[in-house]
Design a protein around this ligand. Structure first.
Ligand code: THU
Length: 162
C-alpha cells in the first residue's frame, strides 16, 4: 500500500482591499450582479463574474425554481452563457460573491460539488485553468489558482475510455 497525499493551497487575503485592482473589480462585479439573482426560496443571492481569455467579462447568477432541484447555481449559469456566447474561449478568472438575506456575507463561499465538476471539465475542454476569487460583502478573500484543485481525483472524459 502506498499513501498518496493530495495538496491543496488557498491564498487568504484579509480583505478585498488587499487584492490586485483587477481582482477587486471582478469581485465587485460579482457582488453587484448577485442583486439580480432569482433566489426567493433560499434567500441566498449568488453572483459570479468571469474574465475570459478574450478579455470579455461574463456574469451569472443563481436561478431557483419552486421545483427545487431544477435551480441552477451562479457558476453554472455563467459557464453555460460563456460557452454559448464565446464557444471554445477559456475563463481566466472567476469571482464569486453573495448577498444573504439571513446572514451578513462576511466570509467566502466556494462552489458546490456539481459546480466543481463543471469547472474542472470547463478547464479541460478549453485548456485554460480558472483562477477563483471568492469573497463575501466583507471579510477575507480566498484565491485558488485552479478550480480543479477543489476536486481531487476528478472524473474526466478520459475515464470514459477505460
Ligand atoms: N449557490 C450558488 O449559486 N453558488 C454556490 O457556490 C453555492 C450555492 C446557490 C444555489 C441555491 O440557489 C442557493 O445558492 C442556496 O444553496
Amino acid at each position: 500500500m502506498q499513501l498518496k497525499e493530495v495538496q491543496f493551497s488557498v491564498e487568504v487575503y484579509t480583505s478585498a482591499a488587499e487584492l490586485a485592482d483587477e481582482d477587486a473589480a471582478l469581485l465587485a462585479t460579482a457582488s453587484d450582479i448577485a442583486k439580480v439573482a432569482y433566489a426567493p426560496y433560499s434567500n441566498f443571492f449568488v453572483g459570479a463574474a468571469a474574465k475570459l481569455a478574450n478579455g470579455i467579462v461574463v456574469s451569472g447568477t443563481n436561478q431557483e425554481n419552486a421545483a427545487y432541484p431544477a435551480g441552477i447555481c451562479a457558476e453554472r449559469t455563467l459557464m453555460s452563457a460563456a460557452a454559448t456566447q464565446y464557444p471554445g474561449i477559456g475563463i481566466k478568472t472567476m469571482a464569486i460573491s453573495y448577498h444573504n438575506k439571513n446572514g451578513e456575507s462576511t466570509k467566502p463561499i466556494s462552489p458546490c460539488g456539481v459546480c466543481r465538476q463543471v469547472l474542472a471539465e470547463f478547464e479541460e475542454r478549453t485548456a485554460q485553468s480558472i483562477r477563483l476569487v471568492l469573497g463575501g460583502l466583507s471579510g477575507e478573500v480566498y484565491i485558488i489558482q485552479t478550480a480543479k484543485a477543489l476536486l481531487p481525483l476528478t472524473f474526466t472524459s478520459d475515464d470514459l475510455k477505460r
